[in-house]
Design a binder for this molecule. Structure first.
Ligand SMILES: [Zn+2]
Length: 344
């Protein structure tokens, strides 16, 4: 593999976890792959071999009984685990392949075989808890990858940045007690799943390694720029991780049907490139994005393509949807409060 290459993890099994009429359906990832193909980006990235994770790997973050239960339940045909989270006979294999493949992608980036990467996976993961599914998520993909990364040589600290519109409560629960993992989540608040208040900062040894950035409805490109310039980037520079993982949800876009933040594709592009630039500065470019939410197909397709262009070092980005007309609320108070709480 070439060191200047961007890797992707993708397997057709991710499209077999599907439920018609559900917002988290296979069309999301289909439109992403189709968009990458159409824009000539698929041929520019290295598609890593996929593999299914072993139960013990998933159990790094989850109760083994829960993992076995999900496997058995899906084998029998699946169904709803909770009111939001469906499964079918392919869901366990899809979830286990998402984990195995993203672990290998992260390892290839750590070892320098790849420059950076994007795990184009489903089902998403950032709401899943140790012993149960939640919010369309079966297992904590990014939390497991972060824990595995810490076992690799040369990695003593990992940062996870979550820009999905929803609080990454699952990731926070799974890595929150680990002082070597910095978890930063920006999200609409108050909103699903209800957690993610500014006061949740981690306990004991891990105090300060959880950073929650609650944003009121309507915050868009300008608010996010302030948040990244004044909070997220300075925190990454202070923590000095050897690897940055990103929970990339594209549901903070103003056209998303499930939420009410007002980012544009231009704003998303700016955020992704700020994170990629930070990784260049802080950790030898080692950054891997993990697909989380995002329920407008065009936003997903263009948003992921723009992020992958950023990873490849291509300047071009596209924003056919433009910006909303709404005025943004002032978030100065939240920013000042974060600066105070996290001593920036
Ligand atoms: Zn989301």
């Amino acid at each position: 593999m070439n060191k200047s290459t961007t890797g992707i993890a993708f397997d057709p099994i991710f499209l077999k976890h599907d439920q018609q009429g559900h917002p988290e359906n296979a069309k999301r990832l289909e439109s992403i792959i189709f968009g990458l193909q159409e824009k000539g980006l698929l041929e520019k990235v290295k598609h890593i071999n996929s593999r299914s994770a072993e139960i013990d790997e998933i159990a790094i973050c989850h109760k083994k009984e829960y993992v076995e239960y999900v496997k058995e339940f899906c084998k029998k045909g699946g169904g709803y685990f909770d009111p939001d989270t469906y499964s079918n006979q392919n869901s366990y294999t899809a979830a286990a392949t998402a984990i195995g493949s993203s672990i290998d992608l992260v390892k290839a980036v750590i070892e320098g075989e790849l420059k950076n990467g994007f795990a184009l996976l489903r089902p998403p993961g950032h709401h899943a808890l140790a012993n149960r599914s939640m919010g369309f998520c079966l297992f904590g993909n990014i939390a497991i990858a972060a824990k595995v990364a810490l076992t690799q040589s040369g990695v003593s600290k990992v940062a996870i940045v979550d820009f999905d519109v929803h609080h990454g409560n699952g990731t926070q629960a799974l890595v929150g007690d680990d002082p070597n993992i910095l978890f930063i989540s920006s999200h609409q608040y108050p909103f699903y799943p209800g957690t993610g208040s500014i006061r949740e900062i981690g306990d004991g040894e891990a105090e300060g390694t959880i950073v929650n950035i609650p944003l009121q409805a309507g915050v868009g490109d300008n608010g996010f720029k302030s948040v990244y310039k004044k909070i997220v980037i300075p925190l990454l520079e202070r923590f000095k991780p050897e690897l940055i993982l990103v929970s990339a949800g594209y549901d903070a876009h103003w056209e998303d049907p499930l939420a009410n933040l007002n980012l544009s594709l231009t704003g998303y592009n700016w955020i992704s490139r700020e994170l990629i630039k930070s990784a260049e500065k802080i950790c030898n470019s080692k950054i891997v994005f993990f697909l989380e939410g995002g329920y407008n197909l065009q936003v997903l397709s263009d948003g992921v393509a723009n992020t992958i262009r950023g990873l490849l070092g291509i300047e071009l980005f596209e924003d056919p949807l433009g910006k909303p007309n709404d005025e943004e609320p002032d978030i100065e108070r939240v920013i000042n409060e974060l600066i105070r709480i996290h001593r920036l």
